[in-house]
Design a protein around this ligand. Structure first.
Ligand SMILES: Cc1cc2nc3c(=O)[nH]c(=O)nc-3n(C[C@H](O)[C@H](O)[C@H](O)COP(=O)(O)O)c2cc1C
Length: 434
């Protein structure tokens, strides 16, 4: 693709700014450090995610980054010290892309947002990360205990950013419903378009089931405030059909998925891909190479994939996985990535799917109604309140620790708490998630 066609694709994507409505009736890709890499986000969009969130990047990490545009693919990279990408995005995702900031300072949050604002549709304040790297700096879930600071950051973002940049917040449940509603009311009054609620408290482990049953009271409360703010449920959703069940239970405007999408970015579709080794991994490799996604990040993401097996054989799947584990570069997996399409073809397919959204929007979540589903294991109107399907997050979380890391030689550690999708050694979310 020539540079000029990359530019053209940006212009074609011009659609109205995100509004609260944009955050409604959809299944969304959650922010995920490392796992929410650019190719994953594009596949999520292709398979029906309405909006996609990028990995949390701490405010200071982006302040001195240099913006570089790859001339062939149009990929935008914010390069930090040691030539490592702190944040990567692409113009074709821009209308659907939310940039998530880790911050404990209104001034720094605004500065960080202004650096990336031409490449994103919205910015979000992360108020949910419970890990010490984040909370010790007063960021993430620590903000839940400092509501004045939390709200002052959101107010500053809303006041200082142009109106077309949407502002949102992602929080966790507080211990009681009353406390949660009080905080949510304050957040709603800052002028945000959307608040996402991860249905776990700060102290809950990721293996504990999300408290989805607490959500409806909060959603009803926000809707009762009469402000035009969308509320998104997050926690333990395993796919499109399950999102319908969760929506029926909670009344949330939309549902957001992390872990299940990390395992299979096509779960936003009512018919997610099976046999990922055949049906997704080769395409992912081609697209990732075309987008110049760092090999070790691609390898990491592929290592998280886990789908159902339909027609493929165990032996063939194992061979694909082993080849990826052994490979040190895209060149070493060319036989897996080869096929009728090139990476540019994959890119164009996604570009086409996104362009046609103007006339054919992605699969919407029907409001509050769950009809019977042919998929058997999924919900019906009668079982909408039933026990959710067993889901314990990433079934093999330890793989996160073992995953191949970005090259670290000579890397100057970023300031405490600084994260970014490609800053593997310090990318805190990868060490312990939720
Ligand atoms: C690999 C991974 C990375 C994550 N990184 C972030 C992040 O950068 N920002 C954030 O707000 N939440 C992050 N989370 C939390 C998710 O966005 C989400 O709130 C949580 O996993 C619950 O959703 P789930 O049950 O669908 O996994 C991460 C989760 C995972 C699995």
């Amino acid at each position: 693709m020539s540079p000029s066609s990359a530019e053209r694709s940006t212009k074609r994507q011009k659609i109205d700014a995100l509004t609260p409505e944009s955050y409604r009736n959809g299944v969304m890709l959650a922010p995920m450090v490392r796992s929410g890499a650019l190719p994953t986000r594009l596949f999520a969009l292709k398979h029906g995610a309405k909006l996609v969130w990028g990995p949390e990047v701490v405010d200071r990490a982006i302040l001195h980054a240099t913006r570089v545009v790859e001339p062939i693919s149009g990929t935008i990279k914010y390069m930090g010290q040691q030539d490592k990408a702190i944040f990567t995005c692409h113009p074709i995702e821009k209308p659907y892309f939310i940039y998530q900031i880790g911050s404990a300072s209104p001034g720094l949050a605004v500065q960080a947002a202004k650096i990336v604002m031409d490449d994103v549709a919205g910015v979000e304040l992360n108020c949910g990360c419970p890990k010490p790297f984040s909370t010790s700096g007063g960021m993430g879930a620590a903000l839940l205990s400092t509501p004045d600071l939390l709200c002052s950051i959101l107010e500053a973002l809303r006041r200082e950013l142009p109106a077309h940049i949407s502002v949102s917040a992602k929080i966790r449940l507080l211990s009681t419903q009353e406390e949660t509603k009080k905080l949510v009311e304050r957040i709603v009054n800052t002028g945000v378009n959307c608040v996402t609620i991860h249905c776990r408290t700060r102290s809950m482990r990721k293996t504990e089931p999300a408290r989805i049953e607490r959500m409806k009271e909060i959603v009803d409360f926000v809707h009762g405030l009469g402000k035009d703010v969308a509320v998104i449920q997050n926690g333990d959703c395993i796919g499109y059909e399950d999102a319908r069940r969760i929506r029926a239970i909670t009344g949330a405007d939309s549902v957001m998925i992390a872990t299940a999408a990390e395992s299979n970015p096509s779960i936003f579709s009512s018919k997610p891909l099976a046999d990922l080794e055949e049906n997704l991994i080769p395409s992912y490799l081609r697209l990732a190479k075309f987008l110049d996604n760092h090999w070790s990040l691609t390898k990491f993401c592929l290592g998280q994939f886990k789908g159902t097996r339909d027609k493929s054989t165990k032996a063939a799947n194992k061979a694909v996985r082993q080849a990826i584990v052994r490979a040190r570069s895209y060149a070493e997996v060319e036989s897996i990535a080869s096929g009728q399409l090139t990476g540019e073809d994959e890119f164009r397919e996604i570009e086409h799917a996104l362009a046609s959204r103007v006339h054919r929007p992605p699969l919407c979540l029907p409001a509050n109604v769950v009809e019977s589903s042919s998929s058997g294991s999924q919900s019906t109107s009668n079982d909408a309140m039933a026990t959710p399907p067993e889901w314990r997050g990433n079934p093999e979380p330890e793989r996160v620790y073992d995953a191949p890391k970005m090259p670290v030689s000579g890397l100057v550690p970023p300031p405490a708490g600084v994260t970014g999708e490609d800053l593997a050694p310090s990318a805190s979310w990868m060490c312990n998630i939720k």
